[in-house]
Design a protein around this ligand. Structure first.
Ligand code: FES
Length: 67
């Protein structure tokens, strides 16, 4: 069991390294072992989705620069 934002960050990073474009269901599944009572799950879900998009864009830019 992981707690609060640090646990969410660890779970999100592990998920996005494997899958930079997770579905909402995949995100929820990845976070299921995190304990959260503040009710920010929807914002966390949006942030993880956005982080995945940014990571993918950065990877594409890096590949384009490398030729
Ligand atoms: S993220 Fe900390 S309690 Fe919800």
């Amino acid at each position: 069991m992981r707690l609060c934002i640090p646990g969410m960050m660890m779970s999100a990073q592990a998920l996005l390294q494997k899958n930079p474009e997770p579905t909402d269901g995949e995100i929820r599944d990845a976070l299921r072992t995190n304990l959260c009572r503040c009710g920010t799950h929807m914002r966390i879900l949006l942030a993880i989705r956005r982080a995945g998009q940014l990571m993918k864009s950065a990877a594409v830019e890096q590949m384009e620069r490398a030729g």
